[in-house]
Design a protein around this ligand. Structure first.
Ligand code: ADP
Ligand code: MG
Length: 828
C-alpha cells in the first residue's frame, strides 16, 4: 500500500510540471510575429527541452504503471494466499468476493462461489449462531467472533472461527460484511483430546477410593477426587481454591501447612502418619503420601497428595497384636516348656517355661540351635529326632538332659510338625520334665514296699499275739494250779520237786509268750519317763559281759537329752538284742557304737518312713563294723522267726522284739546296712510330753485278803476256776459268770452283795467293754477290774477310761491280783 501511495505521488508531480510549462507560456499570433529570431530560437530550444522533459515524464509514468501492476499482483497474491479465508458478503449474505483460501476452505470454484449464499456452507445446527453473529457485527459496528461448523461442497465439514466486521458500500451504507474464515479443526481436535485427557484424569481420580488432591504452590486446592469431597463432607465449590485452613481444624491445618512448606522447599516424596477429622467429626488415622509436580522445565507447580485411611488397618493391627499377646500369655502360662523350631532347626518361638528350663533368656535362644548350647553328640541326637518329625509328622522321646547348672533331668519331648499356609514347616515341641515324677515314683514304690512290710509285720504280730494269748491262758492255768498245789504242800513231800519243775517250765513258757506278746505289742510293759543316756550307761556293764572281748563298745551320748517314755527292762532288752546281733556279725572283732541324739522329724521325713509321725524324738543308733547284710535279708529282719543263723544259734525273735518294743512306745526303727561294711540301726523314741508321766507301782506288801463278794467274769473255765480258787483262799466269796450277759443277769440279782466285778475283755456274745457300760448304767459307781492278757494296750486303756477302777494282768499273778482287788475295794 505504501508503495502504491508513493507511485501515485510521483505521477501527480510529473503532471504538475507539464501543466506548469504549458500554461506559463501562452502565445498569440501578434506576439509570435513580434518575436525576434533570437527569441524564436530560444523558444524552439525551450520547446525542445520541454518535449524531452515530457518524453522523460512519459517514461516515468510508464514505469509507475508497471510498478503499480506489480504491486497489485503482490497484493492479490497476499490476498489470495493469506492463511485465512477472506470473504465479502452483501446485505443479503451473498458472497461478493472471496480469496483463494476461502475458495479452498469451502471447496467450491471461485466463479461458483460469487453470488452464492454463504449460509449454504454453514452447518444446520450453527445456522442461527451465524445469523446472530452477522446481526451483532452490524449492530455493534465492531468485530464479532464465533465458532461454527462449516460444510464443504463435498459434504465434509470442519470447525471454523468466523470474524466479521460491517463495512460501507459505495453509497456509504453499512450493509456489507468483511468476513474472515479460520480453519480451527486442528485446534478443536487438540482441545477435544485435551478434554478427553481431562475426562480420563477425572474418571481415574474418582475411581481411586483414597482421597486425592493437588494444590498450587500457595496451598490452594486446584483439584481433588470425589473421595476427597466425601472425606471432608464438602462440595467441589466449597473446596476449590481453598486452603487446608478452610477445611481442617486449625491445629491440624498448621501441621499440614508446615509439611507442605517443607515439601515445596525440598521437592520429592513425603510420607507421614497423621490424624484427621472427617466430615462426621470422627478422627481417623491416616497416612499422607505427598509429592511435588512440575512443569516440563522442572519448575514446581504444586503438590499432589493421597490420603490413606489406615484406621481399620490400625484396628486390625491392634486386634492382631492383642490376639498375639493373648496367645503369648497363654503359651507363657503353660508350665511345660514349649518351643517352635524352623526348618533350619532354629528356635523361633519359646515360652517362658522353656527359657527357664534352659536357663537362658529368649533373646539368647531365638535364632540359635541346639548346637549352640549342647555338646555336639547331644545336639546331633536332637537334630536326628527333628528330622524324624519332618519326615513322619511327630515323635515322642524320653531323653536325659543336663541343664545349665549340671542337673540331670529326665524329660519327655513330644514334637509335632506344623506347616504354615505358605508351606513353611516348623516343629512344635512340648517338654515334660518328669524328673520329679520319676523321683516321686521311686519314693512311692519304696513306700509301698515299706507299707507292705509293715502290714506283714502287723499280720504276723496279730497271729503270733493270738496264739500267745491262748497259750498264755493255758500257762496261767498250769502256773496257777501248780502254785496252789505248792502252797498246800510241804517241801519234803515227794511230789513237791515235781510240782516245782512243772511250775518252772510254765514260767519259761510264759517268758517265751511274753516275748512274742512284746513283738505283737500285746505284751506287758511299764513305761515311765526316763533318760535314755542313763539307761544306756547302766546297760553297758551287761553288754560288755555279753559280747566278745575283741569288740570295742563306744558310747557317743548327746548331752541334755529330753526324757522319753520307756520301760527300763525293755530298753535293756533292745540294747542287748542289737548288741548280740552285732557281736554275731563281727566274729573277728570290731566296733560297736551306741549313739544318742535329739532330733526333730518333719513331714518330709515322715512321708518316706512309714509309721513315723512328725515331732521331737530321741534317736538311738546302734552301729557295728560287721559283715552287714544284703538287701533281701534286710527286708525280712524284723519278722519273727526270721534268722540267717544256724539252728540253735538264732531264734529270729531278737529284732522282732526290738521292733515290738519300739513301736509300742510310739517310736520306729530303721536299718541301714552294707555287705562287708557294717550295719546301723536307728531307733526313734518320742520325747515325753509333760503330762504323760505315768506312776510307778510300788509293791511288796503281804498277800492282801478280804471277805467281800467278787463277781468273776471270764469265758474260759480254767481261768475262772483259778481266779475263784485264788480269791476264795484269801477269804473272798466268789460268784462266776462265763460271759457279759450272764454277768449282768447275776449282778442285777445279787447287786447288793457284789462289791467288785473282775471282767475279762475278750468274751463271746457280750464282751467286757459292753458289759461294763451296762453295769455302769445299773450302778454308776460299780467297782470293776479289767482282766487282760494284753498289757494296758489301746483297748484296755479305752475301757479303763470309761470307768473301770483298775487293771489286772493275765496270767494271774496271785500277789498282784489280790493286791489290785484290795486296792479297788479299799478305794472310796
Ligand atoms: P537271730 O539273731 O536270732 O537270727 P534276729 O531277729 O536278732 O534273729 O536277727 C534276724 C537276722 O537279722 C539275723 O539272723 C541276721 O541275719 C540279721 N542281723 C541282725 N542284726 C544284724 C547285724 N548287726 N549285722 C548283720 N546281720 C544282722
Ligand atoms: Mg538275734
Amino acid at each position: 500500500m505504501a508503495d502504491e501511495k508513493n507511485s501515485e505521488g510521483k505521477i501527480s508531480g510529473l503532471r504538475t510540471r507539464a501543466e506548469e510549462t504549458l500554461s506559463s507560456r501562452q502565445f498569440d499570433k501578434e506576439e509570435v510575429s513580434a518575436l525576434s529570431p533570437e527569441e524564436i530560437q530560444r523558444l524552439v530550444h525551450e520547446l525542445r527541452v520541454h518535449q524531452i522533459e515530457l518524453e522523460m515524464q512519459n517514461e516515468d509514468l510508464r514505469q509507475a504503471q508497471v510498478n503499480l501492476e506489480e504491486l497489485k499482483d503482490r497484493y492479490l497474491d497476499l490476498y489470495d494466499f493469506a492463511p485465512v479465508g477472506y470473504l465479502t458478503l452483501n446485505d443479503k449474505g451473498f458472497i461478493l468476493e472471496a480469496n483463494l483460501t476461502a475458495v479452498r476452505l469451502l471447496g467450491e470454484e471461485r466463479q461458483n462461489l460469487i453470488e452464492t449464499f454463504f449460509s449454504r456452507f454453514v452447518s444446520q445446527e450453527d445456522g442461527d449462531t451465524f445469523h446472530l453473529h452477522l446481526q451483532q457485527a452490524l449492530e455493534t459496528q465492531s468485530k464479532q467472533t464465533c465458532e461454527i461448523k462449516l460444510v464443504r461442497k463435498d459434504g465434509t465439514d470442519f470447525y471454523a472461527q468466523i470474524e466479521s466486521v460491517a463495512v460501507q458500500d459505495e453509497s456509504g451504507q453499512f450493509n456489507r460484511w468483511r468476513t474472515i474464515v479460520l480453519d480451527i479443526s486442528e485446534r478443536k481436535r487438540v482441545e477435544e483430546s485435551l478434554h478427553e485427557a481431562y475426562e480420563f484424569r477425572d474418571t481415574l481420580m474418582n475411581a481411586i477410593p483414597a482421597p486425592l488432591f493437588y494444590k498450587d504452590t500457595d496451598g490452594r486446592y486446584i483439584g481433588f477426587n470425589k473421595s476427597f469431597e466425601k472425606f471432608y463432607g464438602k462440595t467441589q465449590e466449597e473446596l476449590m481454591g481453598k486452603s487446608v485452613f478452610d477445611i481442617a481444624p486449625r491445629d491440624l491445618a498448621e501441621v499440614y501447612h508446615a509439611q507442605d512448606v517443607e515439601l515445596l522447599r525440598s521437592p520429592g516424596i513425603q510420607v507421614y502418619d497423621s490424624q484427621v477429622k472427617t466430615a462426621l467429626g470422627a478422627f481417623r488415622d491416616v497416612v499422607y503420601h505427598k509429592s511435588t509436580f512440575t512443569d516440563t522445565q522442572g519448575h514446581v507447580l504444586g503438590l499432589i497428595g493421597v490420603i490413606f485411611d489406615i484406621t481399620e488397618r490400625k484396628k486390625a493391627e491392634e486386634a492382631l497384636k492383642e490376639a498375639k499377646d493373648f496367645l503369648d500369655r497363654i503359651i507363657n502360662s503353660i508350665t511345660d516348656p514349649v518351643f517352635v523350631k524352623n526348618q533350619e532347626h532354629e528356635w523361633v518361638l519359646l515360652n517362658e517355661a522353656y527359657c527357664n528350663f534352659m536357663g537362658y533368656s529368649r533373646e539368647d535362644l531365638v535364632g540359635r540351635s541346639d548346637y549352640d548350647f549342647f555338646p555336639r553328640s547331644e545336639a546331633d541326637v536332637f537334630w536326628d529326632k527333628d528330622e524324624i518329625v519332618f519326615r513322619t509328622g511327630q515323635d515322642i522321646n524320653t531323653e536325659r538332659f543336663t541343664d545349665r547348672n549340671g542337673v540331670i533331668h529326665t524329660i519327655v519331648t513330644k514334637k509335632s510338625l506344623y506347616a504354615d499356609p505358605s508351606g513353611k514347616r516348623y516343629i512344635v515341641g512340648v517338654i515334660r520334665d518328669i524328673t520329679e515324677i520319676e523321683r516321686a515314683d521311686v519314693d512311692r514304690r519304696n513306700l509301698e514296699s515299706q507299707l507292705r512290710q509293715a502290714q506283714k509285720m502287723e499280720a504276723v504280730g496279730t497271729l503270733a499275739g493270738g496264739i500267745a494269748h491262748d497259750f498264755n491262758n493255758l500257762l496261767t492255768v498250769v502256773l496257777g494250779f501248780s502254785e496252789l498245789l505248792l502252797l498246800g504242800k510241804d517241801e519234803r513231800d515227794p511230789s513237791y520237786a515235781d510240782l516245782q519243775k512243772i511250775n518252772q517250765a510254765a514260767r519259761s513258757g510264759a517268758d517265751l509268750t511274753k516275748r512274742i506278746l512284746t513283738f505283737s505289742r500285746k505284751g506287758e510293759s511299764n513305761p515311765h519317763p526316763l533318760n535314755l543316756n542313763h539307761e544306756i550307761k547302766r546297760a553297758k556293764k551287761l553288754l560288755t559281759r555279753t559280747i566278745p572281748k575283741m569288740i570295742e563298745v563306744e558310747l557317743v551320748l548327746s548331752d541334755g537329752l529330753p526324757a522319753i517314755n520307756g520301760d527300763p527292762t525293755q530298753i535293756e532288752q533292745v540294747l542287748l538284742n542289737l548288741a548280740v546281733n552285732a557281736g554275731h556279725a563281727m566274729p573277728d572283732g570290731g566296733r560297736l557304737i551306741i549313739e544318742t541324739q535329739p532330733v526333730t522329724l518333719d513331714e518330709e521325713y515322715c512321708r518316706i518312713i512309714p509309721g513315723s509321725k512328725p515331732g521331737d524324738y530321741v534317736m538311738l543308733s546302734v552301729s557295728d563294723t560287721g559283715h552287714g547284710m544284703d538287701h533281701e535279708t534286710l527286708t525280712h529282719i524284723f519278722e519273727p522267726f526270721f534268722t540267717t543263723k544256724e539252728i540253735g544259734k538264732g531264734t529270729g525273735l531278737g529284732l522282732a522284739m526290738v521292733y515290738g518294743i519300739v513301736t509300742q512306745q510310739g517310736g520306729h526303727i530303721t536299718c541301714y546296712s552294707e555287705p562287708g561294711v557294717g550295719t546301723t540301726f536307728k531307733i526313734y523314741l518320742p520325747v515325753v510330753s509333760p503330762e504323760g508321766k505315768s506312776e510307778t507301782t510300788t509293791d511288796k506288801p503281804a498277800l492282801a485278803t478280804g471277805t467281800e463278794t467278787v463277781l468273776l467274769v471270764d469265758d474260759e473255765e480254767c481261768i475262772r476256776d483259778l481266779g475263784k480258787r485264788i480269791l476264795e483262799r484269801s477269804g473272798y466269796t466268789v460268784l462266776t459268770a462265763s460271759n457279759g450277759k450272764e454277768a449282768l443277769h447275776l449282778y442285777k440279782k445279787e447287786r447288793h452283795k457284789i462289791s467288785l466285778v473282775i471282767l475279762d475283755l475278750m468274751m463271746p456274745e457280750m464282751g467286757g467293754k459292753e458289759c461294763l457300760k451296762e453295769l455302769l448304767r445299773i450302778h454308776p459307781n460299780v467297782k470293776v477290774l479289767i482282766a487282760s492278757g494284753f498289757a494296758a494296750d489301746g483297748q484296755t486303756r479305752e475301757t479303763l477310761a470309761i470307768k473301770a477302777k483298775g487293771f489286772v494282768g493275765k496270767p494271774y499273778n496271785m500277789r498282784q491280783m489280790l493286791q489290785s482287788v484290795r486296792k479297788v475295794l479299799d478305794a472310796t
